[in-house]
Design a protein around this ligand. Structure first.
Ligand code: RIB
Length: 337
């Protein structure tokens, strides 16, 4: 059966199209008796309003999109949870897209979101190649806020954490525990967060020790396992005594691989991750990690986006930077021999 439209509802209830529209959009302008007659007709016919058409006519979507790097990474789950709270309080809807750290997929998502004329886009970009897409959305009047990423230009809002400081905190902690041969595992360095964490760690180490860098193809558990296998293959005298990972998924992969190959954490190798996702503290050897305020990142980004989408000319772009915090747990807490 074809779905009933607004005309069928009006005919069934014996009222005008305008009265049905008032019941749907301005119910207080319709008498209770007439309103109930229309609602009964809607129920009997199974009418469902076409909100996308209404949004297009009104020129204002109620859909906000967030494009994350990896939907399987619990970091982004927490960021989405924060953004969702704000978007739903504004009677809008949040749709989640994942680029899978792939620039071509990211580009396709942004093309589709432009076609949908969404209210705004939150994004953690794969790299700097995203700029033309963001300029096109801006030209279309679709605001964009960078999440988990700083923004040099002042023509857009961003919400991030000081990742250079985060890398510094991790390395100073390992140095203070007596480590002098440290591995940094993370990649690709085209992701600024990964490069910044490395830069902070390298600056803290300076000439006080040796930093062995393994640039991974992704920020996943599997990438962490592969990188750890390379460390285990090193002669014991050359093997780092501690590993700092660009995020917790990598750190969990390193922990898994080292454990399966018979090395003890932290007795043989200490580990520090980044994000402080729930699984970090819940790991078989609770992981030390540099905490990011994940839900707060999402809430703040969504607030900035809706302010820009609704505020128009009165909106002032802001680049919000949160401070990271080191959480020390069993994977690195004891002093090195
Ligand atoms: O956004 C890039 C990375 O930074 C993500 O993998 C997430 O873990 C955050 O730490």
């Amino acid at each position: 059966m074809a779905t009933a439209g607004i005309k069928e509802v009006a005919r069934h209830a014996g009222v005008s199209l305008g009265t049905v529209s008032n019941v749907l959009n301005r119910p207080s302008t319709v008498t209770p008796t007439t309103r109930q007659r229309v609602l009964d007709a809607i129920a009997e016919l199974g009418y469902v309003r076409n909100d996308s058409a209404r949004q297009l006519r009104a020129g204002r979507s109620r859909t906000v999109a967030i494009v994350v790097l990896d939907v399987a990474n619990p970091f982004f789950t927490d960021v989405v949870r924060g953004a969702e709270q704000v978007v739903e309080e504004a009677a809008a809807m949040l749709v989640v897209c994942s680029s899978g750290e792939d620039r071509a997929r990211e580009h396709r998502h942004l093309e589709l979101l432009e076609e949908q004329r969404v209210r705004g886009v939150l994004i953690t970009p794969v790299g700097h190649g995203v700029q033309p897409d963001l300029e096109r959305l801006h030209a279309r009047g679709i605001p964009v806020v960078l999440v988990d990423r700083g923004c040099g230009q002042a023509n857009r809002c961003s919400v991030a954490v000081d990742d250079v400081l985060g890398g510094r905190l991790a390395m100073e902690h390992l140095l203070e525990r007596g480590h002098r041969r440290v591995a940094y595992i993370g990649g690709p360095f085209a992701i600024p967060q990964v490069a910044d964490r490395h830069a902070g760690a390298a600056a803290a180490l300076a000439d006080r020790g040796e930093l062995r860098v393994t640039q991974t193809k992704g920020l996943t558990v599997a990438a962490g396992r592969r990188a750890a296998a390379d460390l285990v293959a090193l002669p014991t005298a050359a093997r780092p005594t501690a590993v700092f990972c660009a995020n917790d998924l990598l750190a969990l992969g390193v922990l898994q691989e080292l454990t399966e190959r018979g090395l003890r954490v932290p007795d043989d190798i200490a580990i520090v991750g980044y994000d402080d996702i729930e699984f970090a503290g819940a790991a078989a050897v609770p992981l030390s990690s540099v905490r990011q305020p994940r839900e707060q990142l999402g809430r703040t980004a969504a607030q900035l986006l809706l302010e820009e989408a609704d505020g128009g000319a009165t909106h002032r772009h802001r680049q919000v930077v949160f401070q990271p915090e080191l959480v020390v747990r069993r994977s690195s807490e004891r002093p090195w021999r």
